[in-house]
Design a protein around this ligand. Structure first.
Ligand code: ZN
Length: 283
């Protein structure tokens, strides 16, 4: 049976020991040509040089991670954060990324007004939207697990991401991550509501029991998430976009040789990145 890795990307944060050129080469060498790019590695290596390296290895980029957070002090203007995000959209366009992963930030340091902050985030996204449309890079709204609401993101469910997309329209989409959404009783319903066009990328890892810290995500298959079932929903709606493996793992995968992480990632993810007709034809 032959497998197709054409929809599979590895998120660069999975192998943080590798620099940008090392990751590009390391993934390509094992047959993975998708790489989700992180901003710090991009800034270290340079946008133009990264683009050349991506081209030389025949790579594609589902997303640039992540946006500037929008949880700036309520006494300060949001415009600096919005400007940084405009520049990130430009950089994303230059490396051919499909979307900029919008991690919107948690509660501002001088506030406890969660509802008010959600409105500020919504307004900031509306302000950023014309530039996204202009660059052709979509705003990828990725809901994060509610345990991140304090610091990283006040966007915490796919339902709310879908509501925002309804409002934003063209130029915005959702990125769903099994780690953040698996527990949600309406996850399936909201995947169906989003439909194949709105889902810009789909993130895999696993939820470990016990979870030891905030950077303790598991390799696909090592935790409690029913990934075959979730993949079934995506096939059912005709999702044809990217699958990214994204693992934050201070205690395990980040400590291993990156080559090993990539090898195991391919073994574990291959069954869940196939397009159904291709898989059927191979059987
Ligand atoms: Zn993710």
């Amino acid at each position: 049976m032959s497998y197709d890795l054409s929809r599979f990307a590895i998120n660069q944060i999975t192998t943080p020991k590798w620099s940008m050129p090392e990751a590009i080469d390391g993934y390509a060498r094992q047959g993975v040509h998708g790489i989700a790019v992180w901003r710090n590695f991009l800034e270290d290596y340079g946008v133009a040089q990264t683009r050349r390296e991506l081209n030389a290895h025949d790579m594609w980029v589902p997303s640039l991670c992540t946006s500037e957070w929008l949880n700036i002090s309520v006494t300060r203007n949001m415009s600096t954060a919005i400007d940084i995000n405009r520049r990130l959209l430009d950089a994303a366009a230059e490396i051919g990324a499909g979307c900029l992963m919008m991690v919107v930030g948690g509660i501002p340091p001088d506030s406890k007004d969660i509802q008010g902050q959600r409105e500020r985030v919504r307004d900031a996204l509306l302000e950023l939207l014309p530039h996204a449309r202009q660059t052709g890079v979509k705003l990828g709204l990725e809901p994060l697990h509610p345990m991140y609401a304090g610091d990283r993101s006040l966007l915490n469910s796919l339902r709310v991401a879908n509501d925002l997309c309804d409002e934003l329209g063209e130029g915005a989409g959702v990125v769903a991550d099994v780690y953040h959404c698996w527990w949600d009783p309406v996850f399936e319903q909201e995947i169906r509501r989003a439909g194949p066009a709105r889902i810009l990328s789909f993130h895999y890892c696993d939820w470990l029991v016990p979870t030891r810290n905030l950077r303790d995500r598991g390799m696909v298959g090592d935790g409690v998430i029913d990934i075959p079932r979730i993949k079934g929903w995506l096939d059912d709606i005709g999702y044809g976009g990217p699958f990214e493996l994204e693992i934050f793992s201070e205690l395990d995968w980040w400590t291993r040789p990156p080559e090993e992480t990539v090898r195991v990632a391919i073994e574990r993810c291959t069954p869940y990145v196939q397009t159904p007709s291709a898989t059927g034809a191979d059987k």
